[in-house]
Design a protein around this ligand. Structure first.
Ligand code: PMP
Ligand code: GLN
Length: 392
């Protein structure tokens, strides 16, 4: 008998492929420099690679404990204390996840009943919309607009209502590079408290902030540790995006809820990599400082190059992405430009409009990643310099 309906359930039909996979495939096919998908082109510190290898060779290859290996949970708690002064109980308030992605999915699925509302900030990291859809919940969107991508208070207030269950926040923010300031965070916190909503905060770029920007974790705001789930990951900080080791922490009840879902998504993950990430989190201040200093120089290299090539640039204060406007070069459609960019300039980038519910908010905007070697960035900038001379 033929299938009665399409294989994929309706709520997941808008999510059949990811822009990152598409653009990486395009870059691979064409040999373009891939400034699309955000992953570094160098490995993380030798020390942690060795720690992972040692764990594999010393027999740590079976299922780790459900909440994560004790050393990593302890290291997460110490990291939160060291950088932000937070007190986190590694026993009951930390869960290790398969990347931040699983942490987000498990938390949303644990907290949201069908029809519950989740406030998100557009442009939104693609997995958020899919996680909300998986839960059968509904997104209420606050739009961050070019060029400063600030939160509009009126729009923010309007996004909250009686069914608001979660505010899904991401700061430093991908793709815009915005670092939410204390005043904005306080406003979000006030509204979350007023509506009894949980703030789920994705802080995977916590150590990638530049200039005078300061990363303020939502959970450090007065009263917010009680209703915040904080999510982060080793991928960005330690340049090991393929390891997919993330973690979340928050009040024991919320963490237990996320754990209940996680145990039936992956049960556990990355046994031998977990002790290596514990080692990584304990790296000295020099490591964390040079991560930000190195990336800031790369940001400047790319931003200068994009400007010289004719783009208008919104200089990011966090993450390793920069959003540029291609309209001054005569390209009004970022999606079309990103499809043609490998052929026009030998570089791949990601259109920003795909992260917005309202693509008109970002028609001609394009995102470039700068977590690449300096010589690669220089070559990319050189190639992009040709764009001004090509016909549209
Ligand atoms: N959140 C944001 C904002 C991201 O940019 C990414 C990209 N990797 C993730 C989550 C996913 O992190 P992970 O690879 O640890 O799942
Ligand atoms: N977080 C990375 C980015 O924003 C990519 C992650 C992915 O490919 N899903 O580019």
């Amino acid at each position: 008998m033929p299938l009665r309906q399409p294989a994929l359930v309706e709520r997941m039909r808008p999510f059949t492929s990811t822009i990152f996979a598409e653009i990486t495939a395009l870059a691979t096919r064409t040999g373009a420099i891939n400034l699309g998908q955000g992953f570094p082109d160098t490995d993380g510190p030798r020390l942690i690679l060795d720690a992972a290898a040692a764990a594999i060779h010393s027999g740590r290859n079976q299922y780790p404990p459900g909440p994560g290996v004790p050393a990593l949970r302890e290291a997460v708690a110490q990291h939160q204390k060291r950088f932000y002064g937070m007190d986190v109980d590694p026993e009951s308030e930390v869960l290790v996840t398969a990347g931040a992605t699983e942490g987000i999915a498990a938390t949303i699925m644990a907290l949201c009943e069908p029809g519950d509302e989740v406030v998100t900030f557009d442009p939104v990291y693609d997995s958020y919309a899919a996680s909300v859809a998986l839960a059968g919940a509904v997104r209420r969107t606050v739009t961050l607009r070019w060029p400063d991508f600030a939160v509009d208070e009126i729009e923010l207030r309007a996004a909250f209502g009686p069914r608001t269950r979660v505010v899904l926040l991401n700061s430093p923010h991908n793709p815009t590079g915005t670092v939410f300031g204390r005043a904005t965070l306080e406003l979000i916190a006030e509204l979350a408290r007023e509506h009894g909503a949980v703030v789920v905060t994705d802080e995977v770029y916590e150590h990638q902030v530049y200039d005078d920007a300061v990363h303020v974790p939502m959970a450090t705001l007065p009263g917010m540790s009680e209703q915040t789930v904080t999510i982060s990951s080793a991928g960005k900080t330690f340049s090991v995006t393929g390891w997919k080791v993330g973690w979340l922490h928050g009040p024991a009840e919320l963490v237990a809820a996320a754990r209940a879902v996680k145990q039936f998504l992956t049960f556990v993950n990355a046994g031998p990599l977990q002790p290596a990430v514990a080692t990584a989190l304990g790296l000295g201040d020099d490591f964390y400082r040079s991560l930000a200093t190195g990336l800031r120089a790369k940001r400047d290299l790319l931003c200068d190059g994009l400007r010289a090539a004719g783009f208008e640039v919104s200089v990011p204060r966090g993450t390793y992405f920069v959003v540029a406007d291609a309209a001054p070069l005569g390209f009004d459609d970022g999606v079309e430009l990103c499809q043609r960019l490998p052929e026009l300039a030998g570089v791949a980038a990601v259109p920003v409009s795909v992260f917005y519910d309202d693509p008109d908010a970002a028609r001609s905007l394009v995102r470039f990643a700068f977590c690449k070697r300096d010589d690669v960035l220089r070559e990319a900038v050189d190639r992009l310099g040709r764009l001004g001379r090509v016909s549209r």
